[in-house]
Write a protein that binds this ligand. Structure first.
Ligand code: B12
Ligand code: SF4
Length: 613
């Protein structure tokens, strides 16, 4: 069979995280004697004409599109349409997390089948079936883990299929990336600057690579998409064997453990650290749950070459952690960050804002939390906190309780067309962008979008006060001159001058370029808090800034302006969101409604995908 597996673009520029999903499927197909082609669109960014030429020439029997994020919907629709046009006999299969919207994909795109969840075993069964007899609906309906439209155009989900066990998960085969010439992008000599900044001596020429040691997570946060239940940590020997392979074949000296959840099997993580230490590898780790670390374990990781640990902190409010079903407490988050700093590991705090139930009170709880942990965040000692914190507005992704909440409350239209409209809207959006955000709070959009600026303003001011200038006062002229510089820089940018030259020629450039209120990284409202006369202008200034960013069309702008003014001057502007959620997990506040009003819960085959495994 002539098979091709292709990726979709994930970010505006190619991501350096290897396409492990596609590689796993290719490796699996090789085990049953197939020799799939790999068409890595994310890396090569082939243009329209090139894609047409490639698929016209090849006339594949099967093309598997690896759409690992739901934001790949628009591209998947475009790509599948194009393939069908130039190669009508090709069977198109979509795998990856976008398949959580299987019914929409099958009804609206030129896609024949969707594979649900980990695809290694399912794809082998499916290929076996397609090789022997294309589209035998009876046999297809007996193959677990797939979705299709039957001969009556009815949407069928055959139920969750088998996933590889923790022992049978394969290490990625990098020869796939050598073969297409992209290996230097994924195993690169562009090394993270942090290890050398924080005391690790690296031999010249060493490279950096990603390693995955686990699949899945022990938790089920209500904004996080989970196709598979459970947590599978690969045996230490297999992980270490793979790291040795990376060292011997590619001269790797730094690894990033890119797990969604590293360390929930604490004994195993302890053991992996020992083995990495023996190999003299410098490493960092993402996706650690604060509940699973102790000061001792962090010290142990550090002693064995770890330089950075990333936690999913998400919020400093107990109530919001409950809504998220995070299964951690604020105290656990504080402890983990405190110990991390104390043992000398760096971290970047990541927050997710504006889940149902978020309000000014929970935002101020988060601000207090950040102030509390601030002395322990090593990176904040050198630079403004706001430049080294990641704050995103929650994105409602198919397959999550947050998405179902939005559907149930009419914020995503409950129909195939309505859901597709939403998928197109969020396509290619970045987590940081506010365009994708659905406001579930019952508060005006302007007010909600002020939260990110309010958090970073208070955090920066706190820092300025405690790390830079204990007197924390600026004269009125210093404050005003800061904003004059900002305006000058913006104008000069428009005039295509270099920012630095302009700043250097301005008076009082010390405040702007001191590295604290770093003008290069954008507007800082915290400067307003440095003088009692300008302090009352803080909120109106942020509101104005957000309002200007929302200025898309006069009609829309007028609507959000009226909404904000109405709310602002109402005597009783109580929070609707308070009624929506009292801190219970979002999963318990939703009832998950069928796909359309003409269908019952029992007959809606999308239900298991909406509920998750
Ligand atoms: C690393 C990662 C990234 C990397 C890129 C990953 C890459 N090149 O593959 C980066 C950092 C770029 C990234 C970005 C984003 N990510 Co991300 N990411 C991950 C993470 C942590 C690991 C991915 C991975 O390699 N897994 C291991 C491989 C083996 O698994 P896999 O890719 O899922 O592949 C399996 C199946 O999906 C399936 N499969 C995959 N392809 C195919 C193809 C065929 C034909 C078949 C049959 C099967 C199949 O079989 C594979 C083997 O079992 C996952 C979490 C996770 N558990 O997967 C989140 C995850 C994929 N990301 C997610 C999200 C939301 C995003 C963002 C959209 C966030 C945002 N709003 O900005 C962005 C992308 C947009 C943007 N502008 O940035 C969500 C997706 C949920 C959804 N429904 O969309 C996930 C699942 C996290 C979560 N639990 O919510 N991400
Ligand atoms: S957000 Fe993190 S902790 Fe929560 S379910 Fe997803 S991976 Fe697990």
């Amino acid at each position: 069979m002539k098979i091709c597996i292709c990726t979709t673009p994930i970010r505006p520029t190619p991501t350096d995280f290897p396409p492990f999903g596609s590689m796993a499927i290719i490796q699996s197909l090789k085990e049953v004697g197939e020799e799939p082609f790999f068409y890595n669109i994310d890396f090569f960014r082939f243009n329209h004409a090139e894609i047409i030429e490639y698929f016209s020439e090849n006339q594949f029997d099967i093309v598997g599109i690896s759409a690992i994020v739901s934001t790949a919907y628009a591209y998947t629709k475009y790509l599948s349409g194009l393939i069908k046009e130039v190669s009508p006999k090709t069977t198109i299969i979509v795998g990856g997390n976008l398949a959580a919207s299987a019914e929409i994909i099958l009804r609206k795109c030129s896609v024949d089948l969707c594979v649900i969840g980990d695809g290694e075993i399912i794809i082998k069964n499916l290929i076996h079936l397609i090789v022997n007899e294309p589209f035998n609906y009876e046999k297809l309906s007996k193959t677990k883990g797939i979705c299709f439209l039957d001969e009556n155009n009815k949407f069928i989900f055959t139920g969750y299929g088998d996933k590889p066990s923790k022992i049978s998960i394969k290490s990625p085969d990098y020869s796939i990336l050598e073969h297409d010439g992209s290996i230097d992008h994924y195993i690169s000599d562009k090394i993270d600057p942090y290890p050398s900044t924080y005391g690790h001596i690296l031999e010249k020429g060493k490279k950096q690579a990603f390693v995955i040691t686990t699949r899945g997570c022990v938790a089920r946060c209500t904004f996080c998409h989970r196709f598979e239940k459970g947590y599978r940590a690969r045996p230490v020997e297999q992980v270490i064997e793979h790291v040795k392979y990376l060292i011997n074949n590619y001269n790797v000296g730094v690894i990033t453990i890119g797990d969604e959840n590293f360390g929930s099997d604490q004994k195993l993580a302890w053991q992996i650290a020992i083995e990495l230490g023996k190999l003299n590898i410098v490493w960092s780790v993402a996706g650690v749950r604060t509940r699973t670390v102790t000061k001792e374990s962090l010290q142990h990781w550090k002693d064995n070459g770890c330089y950075m640990v990333l936690f999913g902190i998400e919020s400093g409010s107990e109530k919001i952690l409950g809504v998220m079903e995070k299964n951690t407490s604020v105290e656990e988050n504080v402890n983990a960050l405190k110990w991390t700093g104390e043992v000398g590991l760096i971290t970047v705090i990541q927050l997710v804002l504006a889940l149902p139930g978020e309000n000014d009170k929970t935002i101020y709880e988060t601000i207090e939390f950040l102030k509390k942990v601030s002395p322990y965040v090593i990176l904040w000692k050198k630079e403004a906190a706001s430049d080294l914190i990641s704050i995103n507005y929650a994105q409602a992704l198919p397959g999550t309780p947050l998405y179902e909440y939005a559907r149930e409350h009419g914020l995503i239209e409950n129909s195939i067309n309505g859901e597709e409209k939403y998928l197109i809207k969020i396509s290619d959006t970045d987590a940081y962008s506010e365009d994708h955000f659905i406001n579930t709070s019952g508060l005006p959009l302007i007010h909600v979008l002020m939260w990110r600026s309010i958090i970073i303003t208070h955090l920066d001011f706190f820092h300025y006060k405690h790390q830079v200038n204990s007197n924390h006062r600026l004269s009125l002229w210093q404050v005003v001159s800061y904003y004059i510089k900002i305006i000058a820089v913006r104008i000069s940018n428009k005039l295509k001058h270099k920012r630095r030259e302009v700043i250097a020629n301005l008076p009082n450039s010390d405040i702007a370029t001191s590295g604290y209120f770093n003008i290069h990284k954008g507007l800082k409202f915290s400067v307003l808090l440095c003088n009692p006369i300008t302090t009352p202008f803080l909120r109106p200034s942020i509101a104005l800034y957000i309002w200007s960013k929302l200025f898309k069309s006069p009609k829309k702008t007028l609507k959000i302006t009226i909404e904000y003014i109405n709310w602002k001057f109402k005597s009783n502007n109580t929070l609707k969101s308070e009624q929506t959620s009292q801190g219970r997990t979002l999963r318990k506040t939703i009832s998950i409604i069928p796909s359309t009003t003409n269908i019952s819960v029992e007959n809606d085959q999308m239900m298991p995908l909406r509920k998750g495994r």
